[in-house]
Design a protein around this ligand. Sequence first.
Ligand code: UDP
Length: 325
Amino acid sequence: MKALITGGAGFIGSHLAEALLARGDDVTVVDNLSTGQFDNIRGLVGNPRFHFAIETITNETVMDRLVSECDIIYHLAAAVGVELIVTNPVHVIETNIKGSEAVLRIGARYRKKVVLASTSEIYGKSDRVPFREDADRLLGPTTRSRWSYACSKAMDEFLALAYAKQCDLPVVIVRLFNTVGPRQTGRYGMVVPRFVRQAVRNEPLTVYGDGQQTRCFCHVSDVVRAILALADEPAAEGDVFNVGSTEEVTIEALARRTIALAGSSSSIVRVPYEEAYEVGFEDMRRRVPDTTKIRRLVGWEPHIDLDGILASVIASVRDATSPAP
Ligand code: UDP
């Protein structure tokens, strides 16, 4: 198979590229390196089955050629990260909506299967956990920029499903819950890489709000396995799947576990949301996926638990920060 990965130099995209190459597929990455990093794919350069284009996915000419040459598109290019959403909402909305519109339109032109990465953010602040794929969503007002991300990705989902219905385009939507692992940057706000870096440097861990909000963290290798299983399963076409861990943890407990596992002398500091993000920032109290659907269809379950995840991120941060011999 010839795979095209949009956003393939990003955190999840680069792990997906590695997995596809490892099983013998050809991989082309298209990435404008806005949040992705060349370093993430540096190790793949030189593999004769790996190609990359540093290009934006709204470049019609380039995308037309790349899509025509591939068998399947993994559409991961998106502006993500709560901090980025709050500080640069125009970029986030335009990137997510225009990018997916281009990928789906060109994908439909050549009838190439599109696996679209969506997000658990689209459930918003609903408290009806665990979230099922067909659950109602609860979003805050348009004056709170955080919700623009959920809306932009929901539009991507609507558009993908519309192409499936109206143009018979094979699409699979994967709603990724908090995904973590080596190479994830804390630059756009993500909590695990931030906590691990802080712990490794023996700096205070910044817990936002009261720390009682919960999340479920899934290792990127498990997430990539889920994406591949769904992409390979014809019965997944035209449908939406949650992908995530169900091991729920408060952010406060996450901070404590990170400190313990890193053997760190860090303390924990509380940072009010309005200081961390903006005045009136709304967070979700709990976020837990219902993963019945993916389990039933392809038998997927995560293999790595939270301690395993933290150990792997701590090791990778230590590797990256230790001086070369
Ligand atoms: N968070 C935190 N300290 C940080 C970064 C994030 O306490 O330095 C909190 C954040 O407010 C949220 C949770 O950790 O409640 C997860 O944040 P992240 O940005 O990783 O993902 P989200 O689930 O919000 O998309």
